[in-house]
Design a protein around this ligand. Structure first.
Ligand code: GDP
Length: 536
């Protein structure tokens, strides 16, 4: 039973630059999966009605997606787990962690814009993890770059190979369909249906053809469109190695698709191939060797913690990616970091605010479990074993601010709130080592994170705060090159920076410019300064 459940799971995220069409694509995937009936239900941008994938008030106000939600939906016998990621550039840390929990990614590109900044950043994380990456060129209904040109850009900018699985077909210069090179099928779009993008069925049923020379294809296109398709197909064959599955699985070759999410064009051709090519959950590395998904014992790790998803309950939810075995409602698991046994009372799946308690979940699934304050990002849960999954790196912040409490009477709320938000990973929090005076300093990957913290401290904890500028520009996690324990006083004397502790009491040095860090590295080779903090 489990084997079958594992085999049909596909756990992935969509990475893209804001505005490429991720929300639209997500929504269309849910439509195809039969989860929602109406386009427009997924995300309300500024001013529109309620949202499915955004649950924070602030998101609605700003029309950006701040938190990561998990959407599970069926498609032709497969169970797809789409981990939605914040689109805004400032929330990349959350996105990085989510990319740790997926088995593959879909890189969404805007036809006119190609590879954009945010896509590049997110792509780097996928590449580090060597996970399979699909590419989807969106907005093909609009004018934009030549398909060959886009392929060249992906290959040169991102340094991976590209294999176009579908290829666009034009008539009178207008996007008319796609030629599926692997399935040898032609998908033609019905322009009449396209007008109502709310529903499905814009695509006519795919036509099986012998090749593009098939009279069926010829009959659909004008001379120019047909010549162009023939010419392109020849070029592709010339360029062409076949589709190398091994390279794809290790993230070195990206299958590429063309379409228009808003018009439902090219989505079926994409979804079918996606389910077929994308691997089910694979073994995961731990400190005691890889763990197979089919292993009987349950295991999983926490990659995200979200407080106050439901303000009325003031609860905190830890999102667990299941890696092996089965998670059942009410089961007891071992929390490896503390050695404690924990009962998973009501494991839930989420569709934004709608929470559904699940009786059993399988490898590849993501479930939310109630967190009484026990969990931290990266924690491993098992059925009794003591192994730990690979730590999730936390990235060096690029923005800093001093955190000042406005109302001293709210000290308690303030302390609880900021501790909570820091543990959740919303922000990095630094405090002075015991016995030393100093301020609380916040570190973030983007400025907007500060606003989220300020807003949430006020709205969820009733604590007003002020953020003040600080000179710090870099944070580094120091260690002794010889592995000896760190002496904080000696370190403070040696470096021209401020020595503080992070939320897990690991020493951090804040530098005011790159030069101060370089000097420390040059004059004090006895220290190494890490860009990320890993481990516990
Ligand atoms: P996100 O920021 O990546 O989530 O992007 P959205 O899904 O919100 O889309 C950004 C804009 O592009 C919206 O105005 C969409 O209606 C539009 N859009 C999305 N897909 C397509 C498409 O296939 N063709 C065209 N012309 N516009 C699209």
């Amino acid at each position: 039973m489990s084997q079958h459940e594992i085999a049909r799971r596909r756990t992935f995220a969509i990475i893209s630059h804001p505005d490429a069409g991720k929300t639209t694509l997500t929504e269309k995937l849910l439509l195809y999966g039969g989860v929602i009936q109406l386009a427009g239900a997924v995300k309300a941008k500024r001013g529109r009605a309620s949202a499915v994938s955004d649950w924070m008030e602030m998101e609605r106000e700003r029309g950006i997606s701040i938190t990561t939600s998990v959407l599970q939906f069926p498609y032709r016998g497969f169970a797809l787990n789409l981990l939605d990621t914040p689109g805004h550039a400032d929330f990349s840390e959350d996105t990085y962690r989510t990319l740790h929990a997926v088995d593959g990614a879909v890189m969404l590109l805007d036809r006119a814009k190609g590879v954009e900044a945010q896509t590049r950043k997110l792509f780097r994380v996928c590449k580090q993890r060597a996970i399979p990456i699909f590419s989807f060129v969106n907005k093909m209904d609009r004018a934009g770059r030549d398909p060959f040109d886009l392929i060249g850009e992906v290959e040169s900018v991102l340094g991976i190979g590209v294999f176009p699985v579908t290829w666009p077909i034009f008539r009178g210069g207008v996007f008319r369909g796609v030629w599926h090179r692997l399935a040898r099928r032609v998908y033609l779009f019905d322009a009449g249906h396209a007008a109502s993008s709310a529903g499905l069925g814009a695509e006519r049923p795919p036509v099986e053809v012998a090749g593009i020379d098939d009279p069926l294809v010829r009959a659909e296109l004008d001379d120019e469109g047909y010549e162009r398709l023939k010419h392109d197909a020849e070029l592709l064959e010339l360029a062409g190695d076949g589709f190398d599955r091994e390279k794809f699985l290790e993230g070195a070759l990206s299958p590429l698709f063309f379409g228009s999410a808003i018009n439902n064009f090219g989505l079926e051709a994409f979804l079918e191939s996606f389910c077929e090519l994308m691997p089910p959950p694979r073994p995961r590395a731990t400190d005691q060797g890889p763990v197979e998904p089919a292993r009987d014992e349950f295991s999983g790790f926490v990659f995200k913690i979200q407080a106050n998803m439901d303000k009325a309950h003031r609860d905190r939810v830890a999102f667990v990616r299941i890696c092996s075995g089965k998670m059942t409602r009410g089961m007891k698991v071992t929390h490896v970091r503390t050695g404690k046994e924990i009962r998973l009372a009501n494991p839930s799946t989420f569709m934004a605010r709608d929470r559904t308690v699940v009786d059993e979940s399988f490898p590849g699934d993501v479930v939310g479990v109630h967190d009484p304050g026990t969990f931290e990002i990266g924690d491993t849960l098992t059925g009794g074993s003591t192994f730990s999954f690979e730590p999730i790196p936390s990235f060096a912040p690029e923005h800093f601010a001093r955190l000042v409490m406005v109302d001293p009477l709210k000290r308690k709320q303030f302390a609880r709130g900021i501790e909570q938000l820091a543990q959740e990973g919303t922000i990095q929090l630094y405090h002075p080592p015991a016995g030393r005076a100093g301020d609380l300093v916040l570190g973030a990957l983007g400025q907007l994170q500060f606003e989220v913290v300020k807003y949430r401290l006020e709205s969820e904890y009733g604590a007003q705060v002020r953020l003040e500028p600080v000179p710090w520009q870099l944070a580094r996690w120091p260690a002794r090159a010889d592995g000896a324990p760190l002496d904080l006083d000696a370190l403070s004397d040696a470096v021209e920076g401020m020595v503080v502790l992070d939320v897990r009491d690991r020493p951090v040095v804040l530098f005011d410019r790159a030069w101060a860090l370089q000097t420390a590295e040059r004059l004090h080779p006895e220290y190494v300064f890490g860009e990320t903090a890993t481990g516990v």
